[in-house]
Design a protein around this ligand. Structure first.
Ligand SMILES: C[S@@+](CC[C@H](N)C(=O)[O-])C[C@H]1O[C@@H](n2cnc3c(N)ncnc32)[C@H](O)[C@@H]1O
Length: 280
C-alpha cells in the first residue's frame, strides 16, 4: 500500500467527492430516523495543507483553494466550504477534513458511523480521534468486506462511501462485486463509489458492467479538469451513486457546470450526469 491521501487532500477530486458526499448526508438527515454512515477506505480525519505531503504536490491549490474566497458559489458548494471553514476558524485555509471528519461533524445523536482503513498509521489516528465518540467504530480491516460484515444495519438506512486508492488492476471489479453484495443485503443502501478518470477503455467496460449488474438506480456523475488524452495523471473523477436521494440530481445542474468552469486546469472542464440504471 503506497497511497497516502495526505498528498492529494483538497484536490479537485476531493472537492467534487466531498461536496456531493456532504449533500448526501444532509439529504439522509431530512428525516429524524437514524442512519448509519459507512466509510470503507476512510483515510484519516484531518489533513494539514501546510504539511510536507500536501506541500510537495500542491494539489489543493487547484482544488479547495480555488473556492475559498469566491462569493459566487452555488448553495451546495457554499455549505461544503462552510464545513471546511469550521476547521479553519481564522479564515486562513490550512486544515482539510477527510471524509470521516466531514460526515462525522454533522452526525446526530441517533446516527452511527463505521470506518475502516487498512493503513495502520491512519487507522490508529482515526481510532484515537474518535475514541470518545460512542457513535463511531473504527476497524483496521479490508474495506471491501464492510457490506458483508455490517449490512443490513439496524437503522435500515445506510450511506456507504467506497473510495479505494485504485492502486490495483482489479479495484473496479472488486468495487462492483462489493456493491452487489451491499444491495443484496440491504437494497435501499445509498452507495457513493468514487473512481478516477484515467483509462477510458477500462472505464467503458466498467460502465457496461455496472449497467448490467442488477443494481437499482445508478446515477453517474463525472467531472474532468483536463482533456481525456492528457497523460499527466488524474484528468478527472467520477461518482457512481446507487439509490441517490431526490433532489440531488436536480441540484447538481447548477453545481457541476460551476465546478467544470472553475476547476479546469487546461482547456475546458467538462462534466456529465446521467443514469446507468433505473431513473427517477
Ligand atoms: C482515497 S483514500 C481515502 C480518502 C477518504 N475517503 C477521503 O475522502 O477523505 C483511500 C484510503 O484507502 C486506504 N486503503 C487502501 N486499501 C484499502 C483496503 N483494502 N481497505 C481499507 N482501506 C484501504 C488507503 O490507506 C487510503 O487511506
Amino acid at each position: 500500500m503506497n497511497y497516502r491521501h495526505s498528498y492529494h487532500a483538497g484536490n479537485h477530486a476531493d472537492v467534487f467527492k466531498h461536496a456531493i458526499l456532504l449533500r448526501l448526508a444532509e439529504l439522509l438527515q431530512r428525516k429524524p430516523a437514524p442512519y448509519c454512515y459507512l466509510d470503507s477506505h476512510a483515510g484519516t480525519a484531518l489533513y494539514d495543507l501546510q504539511g510536507e505531503a500536501a506541500g510537495k504536490t500542491g494539489e489543493f491549490r487547484d482544488g479547495i483553494a480555488r473556492l475559498w474566497d469566491r462569493d459566487d458559489l452555488p448553495d451546495m458548494l457554499k455549505r461544503y466550504r462552510e464545513a471546511i471553514a469550521r476547521h479553519n476558524p481564522d479564515s486562513h485555509l490550512r486544515f482539510y477534513p477527510g471524509s470521516p471528519q466531514l460526515v462525522g461533524d454533522g452526525l446526530r445523536e441517533q446516527d452511527r458511523m463505521i470506518l475502516s482503513e487498512l493503513h495502520p498509521e491512519d487507522a490508529a489516528i482515526l481510532r484515537a480521534h474518535f475514541a470518545n465518540d460512542e457513535r463511531v467504530a473504527v476497524h483496521l480491516r479490508d474495506g471491501y468486506e464492510l457490506p458483508k460484515a455490517f449490512l443490513p444495519v439496524a437503522e435500515k438506512r445506510a450511506l456507504w462511501l467506497l473510495d479505494p486508492p485504485f492502486e490495483k488492476q482489479d479495484d473496479l471489479d472488486r468495487c462492483l462485486k462489493a456493491m452487489q453484495v451491499a444491495i443484496q443485503r440491504m437494497r435501499q443502501t445509498v452507495i457513493a463509489l468514487w473512481y478516477p478518470i484515467k483509462d477510458e477503455r477500462l472505464l467503458r467496460d466498467f460502465y457496461r458492467q455496472v449497467a448490467g449488474a442488477g443494481l437499482p438506480k445508478v446515477l453517474r456523475l463525472e467531472l474532468s479538469v483536463r482533456p481525456a488524452d492528457n497523460t499527466l495523471g488524474l484528468n478527472g473523477s467520477g461518482l457512481m451513486l446507487v439509490n441517490p436521494p431526490w433532489p440531488l440530481w436536480e441540484e447538481l445542474e447548477g453545481v457541476l457546470p460551476w465546478l467544470a468552469t472553475h476547476l479546469a486546469q487546461s482547456g475546458d472542464g467538462t462534466y456529465r450526469v446521467d443514469w446507468l440504471a433505473g431513473s427517477p
